[in-house]
Design a protein around this ligand. Structure first.
Ligand code: ADP
Ligand code: MG
Length: 502
């Protein structure tokens, strides 16, 4: 085995270390899961191609060509997640997974079917692979290039540049593996491309917070140690079982599967723990407010009951006692209303009435001087000629409070939050626009994409419910929700509600 094999061996170890680093430290980030699977996939086919070259055992070949087609769609997945465009560009992503999933199945099927095996060995195989690579990596690199141009802060631009470099390198140099099958004069440089790509990605993770957290160098050291152990295990299994091909294939396939399963489990566990914590935080916030609202009627009930008990103990009966019985009745009704109020809030069920949105805004803003801290200026620009809406006062109020709280939290060192109401038109009829705009830290595209879907927070004690709640309130009124944000500049959230038919 020559120099090229050594490079590939090193690339295997490096990409395994990357997989471990991401699996251990990247669970909360948008790129974490797809990047971990991509690393494992790249490890799997690089190792298999090496082993096949050395041993000539066909099982390795099936593993190689069965897993390598999954790398392009996984790479696209990583990049779309990074650029915050995974949802908007989900159809091209699914198409890529579909195309390469079929190719992977047909390739691995060569182990069982002579016809598929003939396809695997033909020039058609690399041709089909390359035909999909052009649109998949073309789209991925285009999205990255666009991201470089639109990033609003220098660090994000640096991350995007480096990823463009890494993925561009791997796509162009790595594809020599395929060109080599068509024209053997072209040297296959997949191992080299992988190695360089991994080095750049690890650099972005360590120096530029690709995984959305600061990584100490010890994290990298830990990953490298674990990778070395795992890799040594792989190699010794390979050597020990050298002469028992079937058993060897089985053991290595099992180890590979176990690795995939372990990563999946790690991510699932993290996600579940996060969900539970978030629900608890929501319950905590809501139940504190509810306890507060229940306290007064309960105290009144208790007082009335105590008074009546004392009166009766002393054998007194009189008309003023009826008053207290009425009071008890009234408090019970009040309690009922509080409970219904929270049920309605929880389910986002509007109880619409003709409503002037400006009144809601003024009511909420009147309380804000106490909520805002530091030197945050609150500006309100209310259009006084707005039409009325059919809307729920409480739901809109809570939604607006949430948006304002987000704005304050985004401006720890001060800034301006502008609350604006405007007249609008959505093609079907008049609308009322309610906009909350801040000059705070803004969101990077990954945060924005995930925050829009709810249950995502970047705050230590956040619930990730504020934006999702505001969106549901807008939609429950037959309206729409917009979110616009630029990192380092600020965020604009807008609710559009249909106006009441005149
Ligand atoms: P929470 O505030 O509990 O985190 P939200 O749904 O209100 O939940 O917000 C989700 C995430 O979106 C926040 O953690 C934050 O990262 C981001 N975000 C929301 N509003 C803003 C804003 N005005 N400026 C910057 N980031 C924001
Ligand atoms: Mg919030």
């Amino acid at each position: 085995m020559g120099f090229a094999a050594d490079v590939t061996l090193l690339a295997c170890a490096a990409v395994l270390a990357l997989a471990i680093l991401v699996a251990l430290r990247g669970g909360r980030s948008a790129v974490g899961p797809p990047l971990a699977f991509l690393s494992l996939d790249v490890f799997s086919w690089n190792f298999a191609s090496l082993a096949y070259a050395e041993s000539g055992y066909l099982g390795w070949h099936w593993l190689d060509i069965g897993t390598s087609p999954l790398s392009p769609p996984l790479a696209l997945h990583v990049i779309l997640s990074f650029a915050g465009r995974r949802r908007r560009l989900r159809w091209p992503l699914y198409a890529s997974y579909g195309y390469y999933g079929l190719l992977a199945a047909a390739s691995a099927g060569g182990a069982f079917s002579p016809r598929l095996s003939a396809f695997d060995a033909s020039r058609a195989w690399p041709t089909v692979f390359l035909a999909g690579l052009a649109p998949t990596m073309g789209l991925a690199l285009w999205v990255l290039g666009r991201h470089v141009r639109t990033a609003t802060i220098a660090e994000e631009r640096a991350r995007a540049w480096l990823l463009l470099l890494a993925f561009g390198l791997v796509a162009v140099v790595g594809s020599t593996e395929l060109w080599n099958l068509l024209w053997p004069a072209i040297p296959p440089l997949g191992g080299l491309a992988t190695l360089l790509g991994v080095v750049v990605i690890v650099f972005v993770a360590l120096r530029h917070r690709l995984l959305e957290r600061d990584l100490p160098t010890t994290a990298a050291a830990q990953a490298v140690t674990l990778a070395a152990l795992a890799f040594a295990g792989y190699l010794s299994a390979y050597r020990l079982l050298a002469h028992r091909s079937a058993l060897r294939a089985l053991v290595l396939a099992l180890v590979t599967l176990a690795l995939f399963a372990a990563v999946r489990r790690a991510f699932r566990g993290l996600a579940e723990r996060r969900d539970r914590l978030e629900r608890l935080a929501v319950l905590g916030g809501l139940s504190a407010q509810m306890a507060h609202d229940l306290k007064n009627p309960l105290a009144a009930l208790k007082g009335a009951a105590q008074f009546l008990r004392e009166e009766w103990a002393q054998g007194r009966r009189g008309p003023e006692q009826t008053e207290f019985v009425d009071l008890i009745g009234a408090q019970v009704e009040r309690l009922q209303r509080v409970v219904e109020h929270y049920q309605r809030l929880g389910r986002v069920e509007p109880a619409p009435q003709p409503l002037a949105i400006n009144d809601v805004v003024r009511g909420v803003l009147a309380l804000q001087p106490f909520a805002a801290r530091g030197n945050v200026a609150i500006v309100s620009e209310l259009d006084e000629k707005l039409p009325l809406c059919e809307a729920d006062h409480d739901l809109l109020g809570v939604a607006l409070e949430n948006l304002l709280r987000n704005a304050f939290e985004a401006m720890p060192t001060g800034g301006t939050v502008t609350v604006r109401t405007e007249w609008g038109w959505d093609g079907d009829g008049e609308t009322v626009l309610l906009t909350v705009q801040d000059t705070g830290v803004g969101m990077n595209p990954r945060t924005r994409e995930r925050a829009e879907r709810g249950l995502f927070t970047t705050k230590p004690t956040g619930s990730g419910l504020g934006l999702a709640f505001a969106r549901r309130v807008a939609e429950a009124h037959g309206g729409r929700f917009w979110l616009n944000s630029a990192e380092g500049r600020g965020t604009t959230v807008r609710l559009e509600l249909p106006a009441r038919a005149a």
